[in-house]
Design a protein around this ligand. Structure first.
Ligand SMILES: C[S@@+](CC[C@H](N)C(=O)[O-])C[C@H]1O[C@@H](n2cnc3c(N)ncnc32)[C@H](O)[C@@H]1O
Length: 291
């Protein structure tokens, strides 16, 4: 066996950890509060599904800059506690600042891979995640680790993206970019990434294989709340599948601008009174531990 093999096995998510530290994390931080406004509807759906009560102990997986962590902290109150775990140092830095600014004593953050971190067994009443669980190289083993960390009567609740076809806010920009730059290279099916959990059969298989029961999936239409079509087009050219294609093909500034303008023109049909409501679809997934 080569000496590289054990190292890769010990750090199965090394590529994603590097990506979230060096590329996506700094970009996410740069966008700031705008992202949270855009995701407000998704956020509400997740919190409703998680049914968090005062006094609960909650784990927020892939907590990023801490928006859901803070919302959970408000729900559990002083008698409860919230732990956010993430691999991205720049995103956690923002979360840390937000927690300190609010003087919260019931929130802690862990910089670690949630698929491997040795959580105390049966420590959490609720495990939640807003788009933070689709990046594991071995999702069954990652969810087994989370299963072990959940109390017997605990609930897991997370949101993930439905297929690209049902997400015009990603699909429209990437189709425009592909027309200008050529098709994207095919990706391995279910590879770690934003769309890895779009197939609900796969999600159910992962959770049931990891030991969870009563898996529920509600596929829900949500609006991504943007500002002007121009701003949303700028966003699509910085994050998401169109942005990745643009980055990969590195077109001239003029071609990039023309792609952005075409996206803005297309988004204009979703805009009114200074707000752009872009159609999207998420899976709201819940599961329990007790048989
Ligand atoms: C799409 S972002 C979502 C961030 C946050 N939940 C939100 O909605 O604002 C995905 C997050 O998952 C984190 N992540 C990816 N792989 C992870 C892993 N193996 N363990 C913990 N966090 C991970 C990333 O660093 C990133 O913060």
């Amino acid at each position: 066996m080569s000496s590289a093999a054990p190292a890769a096995a010990a750090r199965p998510n090394a590529a994603q950890i590097e990506y979230w530290n060096l590329v996506a994390g700094p970009r996410w931080v740069g966008i700031g509060a705008g992202l949270d406004n855009r995701m407000a509807r998704v956020h509400e759906r997740l919190l409703a599904a998680a049914s968090i009560d005062a006094g609960h102990s909650v784990l927020d997986v892939g907590c990023g800059t801490g928006t859901t962590t803070l919302a959970c902290a408000a729900r559990v109150g002083n008698a409860g506690r919230v732990t956010g775990i993430d691999v991205s140092a720049p995103m956690l830095e923002v979360a840390r600042r937000r927690i300190a600014d609010r003087g919260l004593a019931n929130v802690s953050l862990i910089e670690a891979d949630a698929s491997l971190h040795p959580f105390a067994p049966h420590g959490f009443d609720r495990i939640v995640s807003r788009f933070g669980v689709m990046f594991f190289a071995d999702p069954v083993s990652a969810f087994r680790n989370l299963f072990a960390a959940m109390r017997t009567d605990g609930v897991l609740a997370f949101v993930c993206w439905a297929p690209l076809a049902d997400n015009p806010f990603w699909r429209i920009p990437v189709e425009i970019a592909e027309r200008a730059l050529g098709p994207r290279a095919p990706e391995p099916e279910r590879a770690p990434g934003p769309m890895a959990f779009s197939d609900v059969t796969w999600v159910r298989f992962i959770l049931e294989s990891a030991g969870f029961c009563r898996v529920g999936v509600a596929t829900e239409a949500v609006s991504i709340i943007g500002e002007t079509p121009d701003e949303e087009a700028g966003f699509a050219c910085r994050m998401g599948p169109a942005a990745r294609l643009i980055e990969e093909r590195a077109p001239s500034a003029a071609l990039r601008d023309s792609i952005c303008r075409e996206i803005a023109a297309s988004f204009a049909s979703f805009a009114s009174a200074g707000t752009t409501l872009l159609p999207a679809t998420v899976h709201v997934v819940t599961a329990e531990r007790a048989a």
